[in-house]
Design a protein around this ligand. Structure first.
Ligand SMILES: *Cc1c(COP(=O)(O)O)cnc(C)c1O
Length: 421
């Protein structure tokens, strides 16, 4: 399968190139030249790895054999993906049972294995440099640790991630260097961009792993299909959204043949996309901080891809956008806990509030993007008692850590990267 840029100003490339470069040379995002057609009715309805194998095979044709795809999915998807039913028409698709407890584990683990395969063929190494303010860094570090040929350098802003998130970032992992930057998330992103232009680092085979990478997007289709197969009727998916990667994956699944009633794009106060669905003249805005910090995005990186897939008319027909205030997020969290005895994390609470407001007919599946125990400082005051700590997080408290403090300075980053080789 070949991948073409959304801007159409450069030739289509094979998956290898899309994986290693992320962005196309004309500044666009990669999408498949033509979409594979899915025989939805023949997919297994409970066996997730088997479904993953069947769905990914045509996407990876020419890159991996069917047997290699089978090995990849059994190695990557070692955790359950349950749909928990809260009422007759409301299911919660729990995407947080992986090692770092957010849906980003699907992308992180798949990307690591795709890169590992690619590098084993070529006998090369790569260094993934990733700036993170939340869940991406730990998922990519965890998903890529120990994969031969793949090194990860992750940068995060000192004092601006939660204590649990920080422990997840700095726990010592093979092949991973964690850097705590004395600066903001924007500084971290600036340093990453600088590293790509730094000739001293050109020998390291730098690549990135942000949410526009196809290697992260492809596996995110799988859980939509998995949930849709378990429903008698077409589902409305409600997706807590920031960079819109998750929503894009759902739309991709729908375009290849998954029956769907619609999507709800559930945003926090960073409301660009819901506003744009109402009014095409809306522009990107600076991000604001909210209790659902992984969705604090003012300029969603996958917006261009969504537009290329469906166009404005298609998007306004298929997607309802909702923006939820911080107050309503917290009261939704408390109300759901009280009514259903189910404790959502703050991101999922945005989704549940959006679902309540839209109240679509027919079955609804709300994607639960993270485990509540990742955000105890937000969740516990609302529910009024401590959360149980799942084993993945409990294991962190005694584990050895490793982190290097650096100033927000390109030379400092280059020095550490060269000495950590
Ligand atoms: C990354 C993230 C999101 C937003 O997903 P996008 O694909 O960026 O829209 C939502 N919830 C959690 C917990 C996340 O980590």
């Amino acid at each position: 399968m070949m991948f073409a840029s959304t801007r159409g100003q450069c030739p289509p490339v094979p998956l290898e190139t899309a994986l290693l470069t992320g962005l196309a040379p004309d500044g666009g995002l990669y999408l498949p030249e033509s979409l594979p057609v899915l025989d939805f009715g023949s997919l297994p309805d409970t066996d997730f790895p088997e479904l993953a194998h069947r769905v990914l095979e045509p996407w990876l044709a020419g890159f991996m054999t069917s047997e290699q795809v089978g090995d990849l999915v059994t190695d990557a998807f070692t955790f359950p993906v349950p749909v928990v039913s809260l009422s007759e028409d409301l299911g919660i698709l729990e995407l947080f049972h992986g090692q770092t407890m957010s849906f980003k584990d699907f992308g992180g683990r798949t990307l690591g294995r795709l890169l590992g395969h690619l590098l084993a063929d070529r006998g090369e190494d790569v260094t993934i440099v990733v700036a993170t303010s939340g869940d991406t860094g730990s998922a990519v570090a965890d998903g890529c640790s120990g994969i031969p040929g793949v090194r990860v350098v992750l940068l995060y802003p000192a004092g601006q991630v939660s204590p649990t998130q920080e422990r997840q970032l700095i726990v010592r992992r093979d092949g991973v260097t964690a850097l705590r930057v004395n600066g903001t998330f924007d500084d971290c992103q600036r340093l990453v961009k600088g590293a790509f232009g730094d000739s001293r680092l050109s020998g390291l085979g730098l690549t990135t792993a942000n949410s526009i990478n196809m290697g992260r997007l492809l596996p995110q289709m799988l859980y939509y299909l998995h949930a849709a197969r378990q429903s008698e009727a077409p589902v409305t998916f409600c997706v807590p959204s920031g960079n819109l990667g998750n929503l894009t994956a759902g739309v991709l699944a729908a375009r290849t043949g998954m029956p769907v009633r619609g999507f709800i794009a559930a945003h926090n106060r960073n409301a660009f996309f819901p506003e744009w669905l109402q009014d095409a003249s809306r522009a990107f805005a600076p991000s604001v901080q909210t209790p659902s910090n992984a969705m604090d995005v003012g300029a969603p990186s996958n917006f261009e891809r969504l537009q290329a897939l469906l166009g404005r008319d298609g998007l306004t027909r298929l997607v309802t956008g909702v923006s939820v205030s911080d107050e309503d997020t917290l009261s939704s969290l408390g109300a759901v806990a009280a009514k259903y005895g189910y404790i959502p994390d703050p991101h999922t609470a945005v989704g549940l509030e959006a679902w309540r407001r839209v109240a679509p007919a027919g079955p609804v599946v709300v994607l639960s993007t993270a485990h509540p125990a990742k955000f105890p400082e937000t969740v516990e005051p609302v529910i009024g008692h401590p959360l149980d700590v799942p084993p993945q997080l409990a294991a962190l408290s005694g584990a050895p850590t490793s982190v290097t403090d650096i100033p927000a300075d390109t030379d400092a980053l280059a020095d550490v990267m060269l000495s950590a080789r």
